[in-house]
Design a protein. Sequence first.
Length: 218
Amino acid sequence: MSVGQALRPVEAGRRRLAALSEAIRICRICRDAPHGKPLPHEPRPVFRVSATATVCIASQAPGTRVHASGTPFTDASGDRLRTWMGVDSDTFYDVSRIAILPMGFCFPGLDAGGGDLPPRRECAPVWRAELFAALPRIEFVLAVGSYAHVWHLGPLIRPTLTETVAAWREIMAATATPTVLPLPHPSWRNNGWLKRNAWFEGELLPVLRHEVARHLAG
């Protein structure tokens, strides 16, 4: 086999991912063909992918700041998540190494109390399986929040978020290619949860940092 022949599947995969990414960027199903009420503002899909990324952050949905910036985790939640992972901003935003795929690509709007609404239901069924199929090198998925748990863990999910995250050892052992690690959302709203569950910082985070470093090292 020639070098050119060997490179053809790789190049075809890159073109497939580029075409899929462009289709997502112009997607308007949550506004034009919604499940329930349409998105109350112009969609702005926010995600980061590459054919070489080995770590994937499966998050929930963009918030107001991310909707404005167009870059994921440009807020306090992002600062906390980077601390959890043990990476700096340059590493976190190196799309050749880390993919960021929220369950809903667009900011879903705010509820009556000023909190973010759940991720839009249209995104994941339409795009998620095809998108992961176009990411051949993902080895480690951080499933951030209950919506990501449901999608990425299936029958491994427990009745509550706390029980799911507490079962992280069993879940990591039961998943492979990629390995999945369940996390709570790094929002300030979970400060109380973090205080009540000291094992998260003492036991889970050292493993998280080790695994991130290992998979990023290649």
